[in-house]
Design a protein around this ligand. Structure first.
Ligand code: HEC
Length: 135
């Protein structure tokens, strides 16, 4: 009986904690605009990219700079040694193509030098695109 009682008590605590977290998230969401939230979430996801891509516009690091990448022609930055595969892809980085790229870059452009990434979750893609647009 005693054990059951403790268990029930803990569940209650977990529930209350859960509600507190929801409350914090809701108050955060209403204090920042939706777009800001999207960009912040995207910035988190961009950590998967930032080992190779700088968000600093002037820098190509291991990967090309992604500042202004939306609607840019693929492999079009000067001073970056792109793969032949990407140069010949004929792609423009529309939102649709960027989604395909981050869902499986080496499937979209076989032979690309960029290591395989796979972000297929639409919400995560939305966040990442919001962040890229903000650069
Ligand atoms: C391991 C390093 C690495 C990681 C991690 C990485 N990239 Fe890349 N990325 C590259 C390289 C290298 C290229 C050039 C590819 C080529 O020439 O084939 C590239 C190219 C690109 C391009 C094309 C840019 C252009 O100028 O045409 C985009 C867009 C891009 N990456 C987005 C991303 C995003 C978004 C992420 C994170 C989800 C990411 N990359 C993660 C190395 C990386």
């Amino acid at each position: 009986m005693f054990l059951v009682h403790i268990e029930g008590n803990n569940k209650m605590k977990i529930k209350i904690l859960g509600m507190a977290i929801v409350a914090v998230v809701i108050s955060f969401a209403s204090s920042a605009s939706d777009e800001k939230m999207m960009i912040l979430a995207g910035q988190e996801i961009f950590k998967k990219c930032s080992s190779c891509h700088s968000s600093d516009s002037s820098k190509n690091t291991f990967g090309p700079s992604l500042t202004g990448v939306i609607n840019r022609k693929a492999a079009s930055l000067p001073r970056f040694a792109y793969s032949e595969a990407l140069k010949k892809s004929g792609l423009t980085w529309t939102e649709a193509n960027l989604r395909r790229w981050i869902a499986g870059n080496d499937i979209l452009v076989p032979g690309t030098r960029m290591r395989h990434v796979q972000i297929t979750d639409i919400a995560e893609q939305n966040y990442l695109l919001a962040y890229l647009k903000s650069l």
